[in-house]
Design a protein around this ligand. Structure first.
Ligand code: 3EB
Length: 347
């Protein structure tokens, strides 16, 4: 059943509909309550949660300042679990989450491994049918290992681009993305969110689209969009890709966290402004204390500084910011920030 707000006696003509998706952050193993089912739960930290809930995935990236964190995407409605090869699928009325997790491989084998994993992911998506990819998170270790084009991240980008191409996913419809490296050894995890509804992606006017990066950054460009919005009947899901201190296509302020943080926030602001203009998006896109954020820090000691800047930027303290220790895909970048925000649609 859909949320009772729709049938409320107090329904005013312009009342917002309750979104069916919500995102929480906590340090305990999530337990579903009152009609809220786990669609996707990201575990960050070393302890392996019991594999009781198929929606829970342990990413192999550690939080900064706590042992374990769980970022949970809850759905108000039934969630069904199934498998497609090595891909775990969680399905509900509006969305499908797909998780593929395999043992990691060294840079020289990472192109082939990425092709395998992405083929399984896209086969799973095709098998579900009638859904479109909106978000993909990629996590693996030693992301900056290997020189020049042999670098693991570049090898990953080649494999992803090849599979997208062979499945007919063109640059105009690439999903939002994150690709970061764990600071320790871990599996290669690819987690995707697909939707039955329309997904509209958006680029950042301050940045060259990643899928148009020049050859200097590798033989195949990174296939992701900077941001996007999924509009369902009752909600807008606003998605912002991993965002760093890149202007045009160049990294700025190499190694300087303070200045990179400032540029990253400027990029986030520009992107929110661009997203607010998408026709049909309705709700203005603002990052406030309701947004769920992941902040990836190459140096954990940068947390207090970035936390303070973010608090100013968000205009309040958010309870849904996960600070994570991770390597960014370009070695001169110190931090990267991504966000997701669910808002109720106006009926
Ligand atoms: C950048 O803007 C920084 O390869 O999926 C950010 C988000 C980055 C996603 C990806 C890479 C990816 O180029 C790196």
């Amino acid at each position: 059943m859909s949320s009772s707000a729709q049938f409320s006696e107090h329904t005013a003509p312009l009342q917002g509909l309750e979104p069916r998706l919500s995102i929480t952050l906590g340090d305990e193993v999530p337990r579903s309550q009152a009609g809220q089912n786990l669609l996707l739960g990201f575990h960050f930290g070393r302890s392996k949660p019991e594999p009781s809930d198929p929606a829970l995935v342990s990413i192999g990236v550690d939080p900064v300042g706590s042992d374990d964190l769980y970022e949970c995407w809850w759905y108000d409605g039934a969630v069904e679990h199934s498998m497609s090869g090595r891909a775990r699928i969680l399905r509900c009325d509006d969305f499908a989450a797909i998780v593929v997790q395999v043992p990691d491989a060294p840079p020289e084998n990472f192109h082939a491994l990425t092709v395998e994993v992405y083929e399984e992911l896209l086969q799973a998506v095709n098998g579900i049918g009638g859904v479109q990819l909106a978000r993909i998170w990629n996590y693996f270790s030693n992301i900056n290992e290997g020189d020049g084009d042999q670098e693991k991240y570049r090898q990953f980008s080649i494999g992803r681009a090849e599979v997208f191409e062979s499945f007919g996913l063109n640059d105009a419809s690439v999903p939002t993305g994150t690709a970061v490296g764990s600071a320790r050894d871990c599996d290669f995890s690819v987690v995707a969110l697909a939707t039955r509804h329309h997904f509209r992606n958006v680029e950042n006017p301050r940045q060259v689209s990643a899928f148009r990066y020049p050859r200097d950054y590798g033989p195949r460009s990174p296939k992701f969009s900077r941001g996007g919005c999924v509009i369902t009947g009752g909600q807008h899901l606003q998605l912002i890709s991993g965002t760093a201190a890149i202007i045009g296509h160049e990294s700025v302020h190499a190694g300087d966290t303070a200045l990179q943080c400032k540029e990253t926030l400027a990029n986030l602001q520009q992107l929110c402004d661009a997203m607010s203009l998408i026709e049909g998006a309705g709700a203005r896109v603002v990052l406030d204390d309701q947004a769920a954020l992941r902040v990836y820090l190459r140096d954990p000691a940068d947390r207090p500084f970035v936390d303070a800047r973010l608090r100013e930027f968000l205009g309040g303290e958010s309870r849904t910011i996960a600070f994570l220790n991770a390597d960014i895909c370009r070695s001169e970048l110190q931090l990267e920030i991504e966000a997701a925000r669910v808002v109720g649609a106006v009926s």
